[in-house]
Write a protein that binds this ligand. Structure first.
Ligand code: DX5
Ligand code: ZN
Length: 216
């Protein structure tokens, strides 16, 4: 099965964001990955809703919104207003994850949960049937262009096994350090969607790179 590709605009040229979003519109990308940070849950800040409003207006692709913030439930209506397809929250940021997942669904979006590199896949056992997607972080969240953490391939295999065992229909997405080489191994392990920031936007031919990743 060919993977879906969700390029991360964290690595785009923020001074010419429209140009990069238009490139994604022309490309074979399936979604656009949007990383929202708060400087608290992660040691960095990216962009907020006033900027994303314009990205949403320009994008012809579904938005895949990844919130790296504490109390993400406070922003469900803002994410909804962007017209997001998927809203992903961190397991580590939600003591009442089940409630947050229901709230995202009630708002009319697809709920997804993500785990940091140090969080075991087993922690998802009691939420796996309720989510549309699980995102495996293959770097510590907060920055683009980091080195892929090898153990993530094993986590994708474990997650695939958990999904099969529980009869869940959850999709598997992976985020961080994804390129042609790591991407091929992730797809072989069972990944459905690859997020790619640096691999796409630092490439000489970003559209060509998206095409190559889709062929994995
Ligand atoms: C990291 C973000 C990623 C980031 C990935 O905190 O969640 O989505 O943009 O960038 P690359 O693909 O460059 O590792
Ligand atoms: Zn992300």
């Amino acid at each position: 099965m060919k993977p879906m590709i969700s390029p991360s605009i964290l690595s785009a040229d923020f001074a010419h964001l429209a140009k990069d979003v238009e490139m994604l519109n022309r490309s074979e990308a399936d979604w656009v990955h949007i990383d929202i940070m708060d400087g608290v849950f992660v040691p960095n800040i990216s962009f907020g809703f006033p900027v994303l409003k314009y990205v949403a207006k320009l994008s012809e692709k579904p938005l895949d919104v990844h919130l790296m913030i504490v109390q993400p439930e406070k922003f469900i209506q803002e994410v909804k207003a962007l017209g997001a397809h998927v809203m992903t929250v961190h397991y580590e940021a939600c003591p009442h994850l089940h409630r947050v997942v229901q709230q995202i669904r009630e708002a009319g979006m697809q709920p997804a949960v993500t785990i940091n590199p140090a969080t075991p896949v087993a922690m998802l056992q009691d939420i796996i049937r309720d989510v549309y997607m699980v995102l495996i972080m293959s770097v510590n969240p907060g920055f683009g262009g980091q080195k892929f953490i090898e153990h993530s391939v094993e986590k994708v295999r474990e997650l695939r096994a958990l999904i099969e065992r529980t009869g869940s229909k959850a999709l598997i997405e992976v985020d961080g350090g994804v390129n042609v080489e790591t991407g091929a191994r992730l797809v072989a392990a069972g990944a459905d969607i690859l997020v790619a920031g640096n691999a796409v936007f630092a490439a000489e031919d970003p559209e060509g790179m998206i095409r190559r990743l889709k062929e994995l």
